[in-house]
Design a protein around this ligand. Structure first.
Ligand code: GCV
Length: 659
């Protein structure tokens, strides 16, 4: 018997949206007789959920006695630490798990099922497909003059920091932790991978405040991590060097890490962006990235911590005249020779594509090249290149494609089978709806669900989110129509055929076809009067195709077998090149851009039918944002089409207006 009142559900500050845990979503549980058995912080969290739900909806938390129960959440022996069994038999639904985390996940499984959890006879045994299900926040303590407080953040300021430090009131962070726990996120990195001066101090004098944040996340099964600067021994430690082989540097990291663990006993570890876009790293000392990562891994090892070492290393000061350097090659060139060199508590964190979270990229070949290294696949929930939370762009189908891709062909496993974890750049801030765009909540929810089980269908995940978020069941079809295909719609009206980076330099919003063409960033499309695309073949190009195993190294090598959607990523082709679809490249550009923009128009019309069925503030906000999406899609259509018409001189076969 346990009569603890449970951990109170964190109240939402006035005006803050409940996201996918509104009161009505808890009604099926809260209107029933429920027993929660067991002790421990996460069991207390479950009990608190039940206490709040039954209070709201008229059910009962029944601690003991021979009462007919509708739902029992109880411990069992055996099963993984995050696994659960949920079942219904003899009119009682049960959730059983060996540990509190499993019980919490099983409880939320029942919440997601809603009334279906209390009908019929059924049974599910579930365990996460990925042990590491992590969100990286690119939050700064200080407000950056260009980036704002959250780098590439489109949802307001930081949830964690205000007035030069960790917020005094962490009530909203607790509500956020609850949301994350409900979708199975189990790790969070609290600061930007670009570590600036103030943020470097999170590791030292600001540590007591980081510990307060970790305390808030812990009862929801979420471990805290920090991004650290490789130069910290110098910048905050006062040493003369950060050389990973220097004994004093090693000693400094060991001492500093011990202090972190003393403050945060379950500290998850460090995230490191080194030798990348101006961040310091081991190259300055003639050392490689295994030397760098292992330095930190060894400091964390005694405490069970992990280093998340990012593979996003490339030359961002390239000369655009130099056709031999290919940014897409960089991560594989740097890291694949280091396979077998990393300690076992290093996780190499690899962006899903070889460039940078473009709407369409091939898989990063690093993911198939390092069988002896633990790899985490990094995706971007924050919509840096996918409409910046001004556009509806539902990314779950995209991530599902990434995770289910088979790098060794049909006979081999999927990316998800291979990965040691998945990491996403978070999309929340202090916006009242968390994500700026209300519908972008579905991306955060969907990331958590796919991290738990990549085999869930994108439609089902969207359906779960809709069912939890909107009380009116009749909105379902319309929302599927607005959101379901919106990633492909976005792809249609932006950069064509996988060529990427036709965005405005700096802020990365809206079209600027040549914006990066003569820049040092290594992201070129090479359009001229005859054709467009990057020759990355072995035969005549940069040789990038050779970084893939078979069959992909061959599939990508030939324009005849390369999938249309990646053609310009791998090949420079004439405008008249006939795609596998039968259309020419330039006609495809025209057709997709007209179609994509018109789809946005249709999305807005469908959304308009939801007036009165969606909460008024959400309805108005999304209506306004769809207006901006339509404006921006029109701009994309006209700039991209006009650009290719002017370059190629080929008119649109259907005679539509080009400028
Ligand atoms: C945090 C891209 C973004 C940068 C980001 C970087 C990264 O280049 O534009 O803002 O920096 O990716 O992932 O480290």
């Amino acid at each position: 018997m346990n009569e603890s009142p449970g951990r109170p559900v964190p109240p939402l500050p006035p005006g803050v949206d409940p996201a996918w845990l509104p009161a009505f979503a808890l009604r099926p549980v809260g209107s029933r007789r429920v027993r929660v058995v067991g002790t421990g912080p996460l069991v207390d969290t479950v009990r608190g959920e039940v206490v709040a739900a039954v209070r709201e909806h008229g059910g009962h938390l029944v601690d003991d006695g021979p009462v007919d129960l509708d739902l029992v959440c109880a411990p069992e022996t055996g099963g993984g630490p995050e696994a659960f069994t949920a079942a219904r038999a003899a009119a009682t639904t049960t959730v059983r798990a060996a540990e509190g985390a499993g019980l919490l996940y099983g409880f939320h499984h029942v919440v997601r099922l809603g009334e279906a959890a209390f009908t019929g006879t059924w049974s599910t045994t579930a365990a996460p497909r990925q042990a590491i299900r992590m969100l990286d926040h690119w939050d700064n303590v200080d407000v950056h003059p260009v980036m704002g407080q959250v780098e590439r953040g489109y949802a307001g300021g930081s949830l964690f920091y205000a007035d030069g430090g960790v917020r005094a009131d962490l009530g909203r962070v607790a509500a956020y932790a609850r949301l994350l726990g409900s979708i199975g996120i189990n790790r969070v990195c609290l600061n930007n991978v670009n570590v600036h001066r103030t943020e470097a101090r999170l590791l030292t004098d600001l540590l007591p405040d980081v510990a307060r944040l970790a305390d808030v996340f812990r009862p929801y099964g979420v471990r805290a991590h920090l991004s650290v600067s490789f130069a910290a021994p110098i910048t905050v430690g006062g040493l003369a060097t950060a050389d990973p082989l220097d004994p004093e540097v090693r000693e400094w990291w060991a001492r500093t890490t011990a202090a972190v663990h003393a403050a945060i006993p379950d500290f998850g570890g460090y995230v490191v962006k080194a030798d990348s876009e101006g961040q310091p790293g081991p190259f300055a000392y003639g050392r490689d990235h295994a030397d760098g990562a292992n330095l930190l891994a060894r400091a964390l090892k005694p405490f069970g911590g992990t280093v998340f070492w990012r593979a996003f290393v490339y030359n961002h000061r390239q000369d655009w005249r130099d056709r031999s350097t290919d940014r897409a090659r960089a991560a594989h060139d740097h890291f694949s020779p280091l396979d077998r060199r990393f300690d076992d508590n290093v996780v190499l964190q690899v962006k899903h594509g070889p460039l940078d979270f473009q709407t369409r990229e091939p898989l990063s070949p690093v993911i198939a090249a390092m069988p002896s290294t633990r790899l985490a696949v990094e995706v971007q929930v924050t919509q840096e290149y996918t409409g910046q939370q001004k556009h509806v762009c539902h990314l779950v189908p995209h991530w599902r494609e990434v995770l289910s891709f088979r790098p060794w062909g049909e006979e081999g496993g999927t990316v998800a089978d291979t990965a040691a974890g998945v990491v996403a750049v978070a999309n929340v801030g202090d916006s009242p709806v968390w994500t700026g765009h209300p519908l972008a909540q579905a991306n955060l929810f969907g990331f958590g669900r796919l991290a738990w089980d990549d085999r869930l269908s994108a439609e089902d995940v969207l359906d779960e989110w809709i069912g939890l978020t909107f009380e009116d069941r009749t909105v379902r079809d319309a929302l599927h129509q607005v959101m379901g295909d919106s990633w492909r719609t976005y792809e249609r009206y932006t950069a064509p055929l996988g060529v990427g980076f036709m965005v405005r330099p700096g802020d990365h919003y809206g079209p600027d076809v040549d914006g990066y063409e003569y820049s040092p960033w290594g992201t070129y499309h090479f359009a001229d009067r005859d054709g467009v695309g990057v020759d990355r073949t072995r035969a005549t190009g940069t040789g990038f195709t050779g970084q893939f195993p078979r069959p992909w190294s061959d599939v990508y090598e030939s324009p005849d077998t390369c999938p249309d959607e990646l053609l310009l990523f791998f090949h420079h082709v004439p405008y008249g090149h006939v795609l596998r679809s039968g259309s020419t490249v330039v006609q495809h550009v025209y057709d997709t851009h007209f179609a994509g923009r018109d789809e946005v128009h249709r999305m807005a019309l469908i959304w308009a039918t939801l007036r009165g069925r969606i909460p008024a503030d959400t309805f108005e906000r999304v209506t306004e944002l769809l207006r901006e999406q339509l404006r921006c899609a029109t701009e994309w259509r006209d700039q991209v089409n006009t650009y290719f018409w002017r370059k190629s001189g080929v008119p649109d076969a259907r005679g539509r207006t080009l400028y």
